[in-house]
Design a protein around this ligand. Structure first.
Ligand code: ADP
Ligand code: MG
Length: 245
């Protein structure tokens, strides 16, 4: 269970998040849609304190963190409940595929190398990369690199996975493979996911709920059917119409 109350974040005088209230239940898959520059990435990053919010309270699985008064220990506890898949993969280029997946488990979770290896192999197998474990990221395709990013994010067994446009850096022919993998993972593992994407068909298929973000706020939310067939706000409708052409 994740609950977010009145989250606010500014960069200097630019107000990016203007009071976001949000919640997700265990296993729920939420897709965030919205125009560029409206705070979607900032919102995901604030959830695990990659960016520090100015105001608001985040609770994940009983760990409650108030932006105005929180300790490093609380932030670490919150982070341990989450993992992130980035648009540009964010792999360590000087480390092998296996080391990339092991690192958060050995360094952050303090698992032994053997325990971590077992989990790493489990997820590398699931994403179809067992033949690449000793390879370096530069020798992989974008799709393969993103599979490493997904295996790394799954392996830490997060309460919630945050995915920021996981296919937007990929060549078009690689997009469907990654979207299929994400659908399969969402079905198999009862794990909450918050996914920012512009892939509308994927959103329709995977989302339990769709959230439309605009100007640092959640403008509306609902099932795929509600949002796509009957958006309440003109801005949502315009955004969707533009993506369809
Ligand atoms: P989205 O993901 O919806 O495209 P972002 O959350 O990346 O939007 O950005 C929202 C706004 O915040 C943009 O105007 C962006 O330029 C600004 N912004 C994002 N990160 C930073 C940062 N680290 N420093 C200053 N401005 C930022
Ligand atoms: Mg973004």
């Amino acid at each position: 269970m994740i609950q977010i109350k009145n989250l606010e974040k500014s960069f200097g005088s630019l107000k990016v998040l203007r009071g976001i209230d949000f919640q997700a239940s265990d296993g729920e898959i939420i897709v965030i849609l919205g125009p560029s520059g409206m705070g979607k990435s900032t919102f995901l990053k604030c959830i695990n304190y990659l960016e520090r919010p100015d105001k608001g309270c985040i609770t994940i699985d009983g760990i409650e963190v108030h932006a105005e008064c929180c300790t490093e220990k609380q932030i670490c506890a919150l982070r341990s409940k989450t993992s992130m898949v980035f648009q540009n993969y964010n792999l360590f280029k000087n480390k092998t595929v296996l080391e990339n997946v092991l690192l958060p488990m050995t360094v952050v979770q303090k698992l032994t190398r053997e325990e971590a290896k077992q989990k790493a192999f489990k997820y590398l197998k699931q994403v179809g990369l067992m033949d690449k474990v000793e390879e370096y990221p530069s020798r992989l395709s974008g799709g393969q690199q993103q599979r490493v990013g997904i295996a790394r994010a799954m392996a830490v067994n997060p309460k919630i996975m945050l995915l920021d446009e996981p296919t937007s850096s990929l060549d078009p022919e690689l997009v469907l493979g990654i979207l299929d993998l994400l659908k399969q993972l969402a079905n198999e593992h009862q794990r909450s996911m918050i996914i920012v994407t512009h892939e509308l068909n994927f959103a329709k298929e995977i989302a339990d709920r769709i959230v439309f973000m605009d100007e640092g706020r959640i403008l509306e939310e609902g099932t795929a059917k509600e949002i796509f067939e009957n958006p309440k706000h003109l801005r949502t409708k315009k955004f969707l119409d533009n993506l369809k052409v």
